[in-house]
Ligand binder design. Structure first.
Ligand code: R5P
Length: 288
């Protein structure tokens, strides 16, 4: 069946790589805002009978949802066989329980909404913590791909004697796998988050690794607080300057700058979200 790829705004670079590797058709469409803020969408390519791939990393999700919804609905109205969302970063995964009475469990509602207008979903390292699989909240077929191989390769090619650090318990799932693939030791710390910008991290027991380069690995870098607090603890132990690796470069505020100011040697991210720190190419993970 013919495949056609549409790059939602901000996803053009990654989509071009996928189109080339898949030898697929590039979808043409128009999207713009009316003066009143409503969204205009028009599909210019023939999608009739085709498998439509919508490439849209879901950082800053609220601005992206309506364009995505309209595009998927229009493709189906024009006879598309089905629509598949390629979302290298999947949003709304962290509010996965009621922490305080009256709170919305947005990860569930978001999953229900996406499942109502998309037929399948491919993503990379979604933040699965208390939930073990996307099938718990998504009612469409989902495929989760992991960035552990490309991250391990990058470490092997760039760092001579690394000690990998996971800042919190949920990071163990990917840090342990990267450590095994990169043949490196690792330590997992304990994190307590008191607020969006208020994070405390335990002091690691890593005196024996003084001559190693600490490599802090996290799935999401948002405010950067988790990495900054982790790096502070490493500095107290007089470790070498750390290298920080993130899968998803959300960089919500002036995060990159703040992290570099904290004395980090280097920040490296995967290209699930386009950012100047992208050094690890994950496009192969998104191939069908
Ligand atoms: C949390 O559970 C995630 O794995 C990340 O550690 C967290 O989202 C990072 O956020 P921030 O950069 O705001 O500390």
């Amino acid at each position: 069946m013919e495949k056609i790829y549409f790059a939602l705004p901000g996803n053009e670079k990654l989509t071009s790589i996928l189109i080339e590797k898949e030898n697929a058709e590039k979808g043409a469409f128009e999207i713009r805002q009316f003066p009143d803020g409503e969204t205009y969408v028009r599909i210019l390519s023939d999608v009739n009978g085709k498998k439509v791939f919508l490439v849209c990393s879901l950082n800053d999700p609220n601005t992206k949802l309506f364009p995505l919804y309209f595009l998927s609905k229009t493709a189906k109205d024009l006879g598309a066989k089905n629509t598949c969302l390629i979302a290298p970063y999947l949003a709304y995964m962290r509010q996965d329980k009621v922490f305080n009475p009256g709170e919305a469990v947005t990860s569930t509602y978001f999953a229900e909404f996406i499942s109502s207008f998309i037929d399948c979903l491919i993503t990379i390292d979604p933040h699965l913590h208390r939930r073990k699989s996307l099938a718990e909240i998504y009612s469409i077929p989902t495929q989760v791909r992991h960035a552990t191989n490309p991250i391990a390769e990058w470490i092997k090619n760039n760092i001579e004697t690394p000690i990998l650090i996971g800042p919190d318990s949920e990071s163990e799932q990917w840090v342990s796998e990267v450590a095994q693939k990169a043949n490196a030791p690792y330590k997992i710390l304990t994190k307590l988050r008191h607020g969006d910008f208020d994070v405390a991290v335990s002091i690691p027991d890593i005196a024996q690794y003084k001559n190693h380069t600490p490599v802090v690995i996290d799935d999401i870098i948002s405010t950067g607080r988790t990495l900054i607090e982790t790096v502070k603890q490493l500095q107290k132990l007089q470790m070498k300057p750390a290298i920080c690796i993130g899968v998803h470069a959300l960089f919500s505020v002036n995060t990159a700058e703040e992290i570099m100011k904290s004395g980090v040697q280097h920040i490296v991210t995967c290209n699930t979200i386009s950012h100047e720190s992208n050094q690890i190419d994950i496009s192969d993970l998104l191939l069908l």
